[in-house]
Write a protein that binds this ligand. Structure first.
Ligand code: PLP
Ligand code: COI
Length: 354
């Protein structure tokens, strides 16, 4: 497939890199690719960032047949631009596509077109500490049709957004609320796919947590509401009695790439780590016995986000005295040092763009 590039005539002003939030600003260009059953994926083009005009009957708008991804491009001290494990995002997007009855992308094309877009937008990759260019590949169903079935046509696009910290707290402990009133995903559902409906399903519980002064929801499983699953839009980790533990992937948990990276580093370093079921009762008991040493979320946007307080019903527990624990600190430093090219990349996780 021949990628064409049409450059915009008017560049947007670049933002103040020290004032970047998350996901509010977008760059000058985007990638667009179309799919039809007869032509497959075709007409890939980098063109000026612009609204997408759609028939009001477009299936994505009605039935949410869509998938997306999230990864980041980092500026290194030596002036290069690099991606962290982009092949994992592409694999996960194709898995999400299979679950959502959508056409997969050729992994080689997906990586090369993503790199080409970032190369066009290289001046948008911020250099200030802790900043990066967030990459949002997205695929949507485009048939104008109101019957419920998989669409025949699709649009794949990528937009880019220069970002700072995801949480206003930055790398500081957040307070989280365990909810029994709502679940994020159910067994056999689409929880392990990165599809918009999962995020829509999480909003009301998230809003209620915010109203009570909490940053995120700690989700319990959708069957027994007993086992821990994820925290907000991140995977959850605990340090219990010296062991790093995270819920095992069960079909309703999103298989995070940061999660996978923490596990792989722990195995490499010989830190005890296990993926298993963790019940909320076990967590409460571990806390009472003084064995719950740390809790942290793991995801691309925040990398590692320490948890300082958990509320479950009437019980409120404080973790690591509400401070950043040594394990969260160690993994945050190790992963961000690799991402920003400040450390060797012994795992082969880095993909250079320029
Ligand atoms: N869980 C959910 C629901 C997410 O949306 C994300 C973010 O992508 C994650 C976990 C963390 O995944 P990753 O580390 O690949 O960003
Ligand atoms: C993450 O990167 O951790 C996310 O969950 C991204 C979010 C904006 C959906």
């Amino acid at each position: 497939m021949q990628l064409t590039i049409t450059r915009t005539e008017t560049l947007k002003p670049k933002p103040d890199e020290n004032q970047l939030g998350f996901g509010t600003l977008f760059t000058d260009h985007m990638l667009n690719v179309d799919y039809t059953p007869d032509r497959g994926w075709h007409d890939p083009r980098i063109e000026p960032y612009a609204p997408i005009s759609m028939d009001p009957a477009t299936m994505f708008l009605h039935y949410g047949q869509g998938v997306f991804e999230g990864l980041k491009a980092y500026h290194t001290d030596s002036g290069g631009i690099q991606l962290f494990r982009p092949g994992e995002n592409i694999k996960r997007m194709n898995r999400s596509c299979r679950r959502m009855c959508m056409p997969e992308l050729d992994p080689h094309f997906a990586l090369e077109s993503l790199k080409a877009l970032i190369a066009v937008e290289k001046d948008w990759v911020p250099k200030a500490p802790g900043t990066s260019l967030y990459v949002r590949p997205t695929m949507i169903a485009t048939d104008p049709f109101l019957g419920v079935r998989a669409s025949h046509t699709y649009r794949y696009f990528i937009i880019l957004s220069p970002v700072g910290a995801y949480y206003p707290e930055g790398f500081n402990p957040v307070k989280i609320l365990v909810t029994k009133d709502y679940v994020r995903a159910v067994r056999g559902g689409v929880g392990e796919a990165k599809t918009p409906g999962n995020y829509a399903a999480s909003l009301l519980a998230g809003q209620k947590a915010h109203d009570e002064g909490y940053t995120q929801v700690l989700w319990l499983d959708g069957v027994e509401q007993k086992y821990l699953e994820e925290v907000g839009a991140m995977n959850i980790f605990f340090v219990i009695d010296g062991e790093i533990v995270t819920p095992e992937l069960n079909g309703s948990i999103l298989p995070g790439i940061t999660r996978k990276s923490v596990i792989e580093l722990a195995r490499k370093w010989g830190d005890p780590v296990s993926e298993r079921k963790i019940s909320i009762d076990e967590l409460m008991a571990a806390n009472e016995q003084g064995k719950l040493q740390e809790a942290f979320g793991a995801g691309t946007a925040a990398v590692i986000s320490p948890v300082g307080e958990i509320k479950y019903g009437e019980r409120m527990i404080s973790i690591a005295e509400g401070k950043v624990g040594p394990v969260a600190r160690k993994y945050y430093d190790a992963i961000t040092d690799i991402q920003y090219g400040k450390a060797e990349d012994p795992m082969g996780w880095i993909e250079p763009v320029t």
